[in-house]
Design a protein around this ligand. Structure first.
Ligand code: TYM
Length: 372
């Protein structure tokens, strides 16, 4: 198998998460640690039970500080290059669990500057998309008193002061090594990692006391946390902690991730209609079923490569229901089309509620937004 490529901007090939833990130098999310989170949260979460969150940095220290009543916060973000898709909300579902459980502030960075610098989009476009993406985040149900959302170019006065401190400690050669930049990369991108890393320290500035952050995000964002953790002691900030999830796979098959850039015809957006969802899943979801009905009934399907089943591991919270779907699919009792129908219903039920909350969020967005 050729080596998969995982960077903050692109995921190619079949991702070997064990290898990423080694390559990135992160730690396994072990059973005792999962128990610790569940104990602090006083409830379990299917994304922990199923190892969708599978890796971390300094989570023990973060949980200990929370237990001791020290100031801690959550941090996550979004790069507004298009509408929000279902992959983006995976870390947000987990943030909601953690904020409810730990009762702590949550900072959400929307990077209109990053997407302007690295995509063929105008700043006006990325800024507009930023506020549309914010609606999806708010729709997840976060506490307005404890949730701080900002769009980079509209919070630049505060962010720039932290970011230049970070930037002074990061050389061009280290940015090249970590992010693969070269001589043809625009200089805005060379500065950009300082902005994403700076948010690790924003809670300390905003709360006016040392505040360690925990970042729930997919593993693709980890290179930024390496930079942030490297500079933190030099700047007198607590080192950021992180908890990493796997990627919601592309509907098209086990390679890559659900993304807007590749295979966007098969991407499910939070703004899709029930009919669009149905058509995309029926047409594109890679099937682990057999070629003929007879063969399928005899040998059963393969859930490990079936996109509809894999998606249900992210979105069907009920372990018993999921197990029965898996067993029936493996035995051949459940057909590929029937499995897709289960996913379509699940996604559409979620989107029906989400889209209502998303529209309501337009009225309340000001309660969440930080501006200078
Ligand atoms: P962006 O917009 O590419 O992604 C937003 C969040 O979604 C995660 N993600 C996925 N998770 C599971 N399955 C997928 N298929 C999938 N695709 C994307 C990403 O890991 C991320 O958590 N530069 C960032 C914006 C940012 C940020 C942050 C993200 C700024 N600060 C802090 C996370 C944490 C970006 O472009 O994310």
């Amino acid at each position: 198998m050729s080596k998969a490529k995982v960077t903050p901007w692109e995921v190619k090939g079949v991702v070997d998460y064990e290898r990423l833990i080694e390559e990135f130098g992160t730690n396994h999310l072990t059973e005792p640690l999962i128990k610790k989170i569940e104990k602090a949260a006083k409830k379990s979460h299917h994304m922990l039970r199923r190892k969708i969150f599978f890796s971390h940095r300094d989570l023990e220290i973060f949980l200990k500080e929370h237990e001791e009543g020290k100031s801690v916060a959550l941090y996550t973000g979004r790069g507004p290059s298009g509408n929000t898709h279902l992959g983006h909300i995976v870390p947000w579902i987990f943030c909601k669990y953690l904020q409810d459980a730990l009762d702590i502030p949550l900072y959400f960075q929307i990077t209109d500057d990053e997407k302007f610098l690295c995509k063929d989009l105008t700043l006006e476009e990325t800024n507009k998309l930023a506020y549309e993406n914010a609606l999806d985040f708010i729709a997840m149900g976060f506490d307005p008193k404890k949730t701080f959302i900002f769009v980079d170019t509209d919070y630049a006065k505060t962010m720039y002061k932290i970011a230049i401190k970070v930037a002074k400690k990061v050389t061009a050669s280290s940015a090249q090594a970590v992010f693969g930049f070269d001589n043809s990369t625009n200089i805005g991108m060379y500065f950009w990692p300082a902005m994403q890393s700076a948010t690790c320290f924003l809670p300390t500035v905003h709360q006016k006391k040392p505040t360690r952050t925990l970042i729930p995000a997919a593993i693709d964002q980890d290179p930024y946390w390496r930079i942030a953790r490297d500079v933190a002691p030099k700047l007198g900030y607590p080192k950021t902690a992180a908890i990493h999830c796997t990627f919601l796979p592309s509907l098209l098959g086990p390679e890559g991730k659900m993304s807007t850039s590749e295979g966007s015809h098969a991407t499910i957006f939070t703004t899709d209609t029930p009919d669009e969802v149905k058509k995309k899943i029926n047409k594109y979801a890679f099937s682990g079923g057999k070629d003929t009905l007879e063969e399928h009934r005899k040998h059963g399907g393969n859930p490990a490569i079936d996109a509809a089943y894999q998606w249900l591991t992210f979105f069907e919270e009920d372990d018993k229901k999921l197990k029965s779907i898996r067993d029936n699919y493996k035995s051949g009792k459940l057909l590929s089309g029937e499995l897709k129908a289960i996913l379509i219903e699940k996604v559409n039920a979620f989107l029906k509620v989400h889209q209502k909350k998303r529209e309501l969020a337009r009225k309340h967005i000001d309660k969440f937004i930080l501006k200078d």
